[in-house]
Design a protein around this ligand. Structure first.
Ligand SMILES: [Fe+2]
Ligand SMILES: [Fe+2]
Length: 248
């Protein structure tokens, strides 16, 4: 039995892929097929697979239907977090989605999923991604402060949602946590954030996130151990479409 994670499948069986980079990059060639084969080799029905957001390019449930069918057909139990591209998933819709896909897919938002004595908690998160202003040597010399103000509000809302998730698990007696974000826990200017502080506050053992694509973005945020917490980027192209095992 194992707990595995990967993110950013960006499926488009029933929709149009809108990222030119995804269409051109070799890392994405036949990625659905590579990922399915890796899952079938690695996972059994006893395992749990966390998908850290950006599941589908579909703009609505209808366009996402074949992507859900693909995910459902993968071995093991599936826990889905929200990504910024998941247009089918308004936060207020989570309960409806969980009712509709009961026993097939679990949607993580203001709730948690149990894995033995560990609670899988999470939210989409948010990080300020610029625009940053660079000098001739590529060093950051400033950024859009208005955008930064807006980002701070989104971060606060996501922190509230993350706290609801932790508290729901804690109220049911859970003391061990794996925390899922879609956005990285820190932006390229930060060494800590509200998300890393909350992970510390609740004693999360691991923080898993996606969203970062392409080799120039893979090291935008924390990786490895910091303050006793293990941080992992799990975007599919970073992992070569092979889910990473978080724990037995
Ligand atoms: Fe994303
Ligand atoms: Fe993504």
């Amino acid at each position: 039995m194992g707990l595995y994670a990967i993110g950013d499948l960006h499926l488009h069986f029933g929709s149009v892929c809108k990222a030119r980079a995804q269409l051109k990059d070799r890392a994405w060639k036949n990625h659905e097929e590579k990922f399915r084969k890796n899952c079938e080799k690695l996972l059994t029905a006893e395992d749990t697979l966390i998908l850290a957001g950006d599941h589908s390019w579909g703009r609505n449930m209808e366009e996402c239907t074949p992507d859900f069918a693909y995910i459902e057909a993968l071995p093991g139990r599936k826990i889905l977090a929200r990504g910024n591209h998941d247009m089918f998933w308004d936060a207020a819709r989570t309960e409806k989605l969980n009712a509709q896909f009961a026993g097939r897919l679990f949607f993580l938002q203001n709730n948690y999923a149990a894995y033995g004595d560990v609670a899988v908690v999470g939210t989409k998160g948010f990080t300020f991604e610029g625009p940053f202003y660079l000098n001739g040597r590529g060093q950051i010399v400033g950024w859009d402060e208005k955008e930064e103000e807006h980002a701070k509000k989104l971060v606060e809302r996501e922190l509230d949602r993350l706290r609801l998730s932790f508290e729901a698990a804690r109220a049911d007696g859970y003391r061990r946590f794996v925390m899922i974000l879609h956005y990285p826990p820190t932006n390229i200017l930060e060494t800590e954030s509200g998300f890393t502080r909350m992970a510390k506050e609740y004693g999360a053992e691991q923080v898993v996130y996606g969203h970062c694509h392409g080799s120039t973005r893979f090291f935008d945020s924390l990786q490895g151990e910091k303050d006793g917490i293990c941080y992992s980027l799990v975007s599919g192209d970073y992992l070569g479409w092979k889910p990473v095992k978080l724990m037995d």
